[in-house]
Design a protein around this ligand. Structure first.
Ligand code: ATP
Length: 334
């Protein structure tokens, strides 16, 4: 997968992402249902002067989970502590974080499904009663010492809600499932980012970027930055031609497919007669990790209606055949 269409953030992008993040719910584009639900939860908590229920944000990367956690803290006017599941490998790691929280603080745990099991159990009690039991000593002499915590709001984010154990999932009072964005919503994201970056871009240019961004604001913002680079270096206006030229340079086609997406689709159609073909066979045939195909390429191709997953393997749809420029068998002559 070329970097341009990866839904994950590259470390070097974090500065840009920070600058483009909406800081209030009102500025957050799209996800209208989630916005209203979250807004109500936060307003009620503020009026009661009480911490809101713990919040779980579920959805694919790049749709705004980190941004929403920052908005929750800002709307509650409380500090935010950010950590992630992989950083919590022992119960002690979590105890250290929890015991340092100030009253009302928002704790954001990204990739919460990757937290160690022992820490998860500690978290249950912390979420419910704002308490933890710390084990002191080892072996037969070990004793558990209860420790009171300041009330806090946990905002957990996960790309794999199905991997969370039920007892953890049940302790979140509110779960938001983030959906991919429509082209119109992405156009609003691009317009807003262009304004913040002080980059003049035509309305057609905005719409073209939105169409190629795979329903993901992170990708939309990144493609906009590539177009801005192109316009600067080639001294061209931010119009449709610049968008076409810049995105062609990065191998992003008119449907938002990149080189690997096209190779996978072409392999299914040309080498396996449209499928069904198994994931590992497909991965070998394009020389890529099965995991990358499964996590990044397939979801998009399926969503775009180019590929389907069946119990017997991956199958190209009629649209998929057409996308690689081949008439599907049986379709010739109508
Ligand atoms: P990951 O799980 O990979 O960390 P994420 O879901 O937390 O991804 P964010 O980091 O919140 O995604 O968002 C990525 C980028 O997209 C940010 O630059 C943010 O400004 C922008 N963005 C996300 N959602 C929106 C939105 N609704 N409106 C405007 N910009 C958005």
């Amino acid at each position: 997968m070329s970097g341009e269409l990866s839904p994950q953030a590259a470390p070097s992008e974090q500065g840009y992402e920070g600058a483009l993040r909406p800081s209030t719910l009102a500025e957050f584009v799209g996800q209208s249902k989630v916005r209203s639900q979250l807004g109500l939860l936060l307003d009620a908590a503020t009026m009661r002067q009480h911490t809101p229920d713990h919040i779980l944000l579920a959805g694919p990367p790049g749709l705004g989970k980190t941004t929403l956690s920052m908005i929750v803290a800002a709307e509650l006017d409380k500090p935010l502590h950010q950590t992630s599941g992989p950083a919590i490998q022992h119960a002690g790691d979590l105890a250290a974080v929890l015991s340092a929280l100030t009253p009302g603080e928002v704790l954001f745990v990204d990739e919460i499904h990757r937290m160690a099991r022992s820490a998860e159990e500690m978290l249950y009690l912390a979420m419910e009663d704002f308490k933890v039991d710390i084990m002191v000593g080892k072996g037969a002499g070990a004793t558990s010492v209860p420790l009171e915590l300041a009330p806090f709001t946990l905002v957990g984010a996960t790309t794999r809600a199905g991997l969370l154990p039920n007892p953890l999932r049940d302790r979140f009072g509110f779960t938001a499932h983030l959906e991919f964005y429509s082209d119109d919503e992405l156009a609003s994201v691009v317009r807003r980012a262009a304004r913040l970056l002080d980059f003049g871009i035509s309305e057609q240019g905005v719409e073209e970027i939105a169409r190629r961004s795979r329903g993901t604001p992170r990708i939309a913002n990144r493609l906009l930055r590539r177009v801005r680079d192109y316009s600067l270096v080639h001294e061209t206006p931010g119009d449709t031609e610049s968008v076409h030229a810049a995105l062609a340079l990065y191998d992003v086609d008119e449907h938002g497919l990149d080189r690997l997406d096209r190779e996978v689709l072409r392999a299914v159609v040309e080498r396996f007669s449209g499928g069904p073909v198994g994931l590992s066979t497909l991965a070998v045939s394009v020389g890529e990790e099965a995991e990358t195909i499964e996590a990044v390429v397939e979801p998009f191709l399926v969503r775009a209606g180019l590929l389907t997953r069946t119990p017997r393997g991956r199958v190209a749809t009629r649209l998929g055949w057409e996308h690689v420029g081949i008439v599907p068998p049986g379709a010739a002559g109508g």
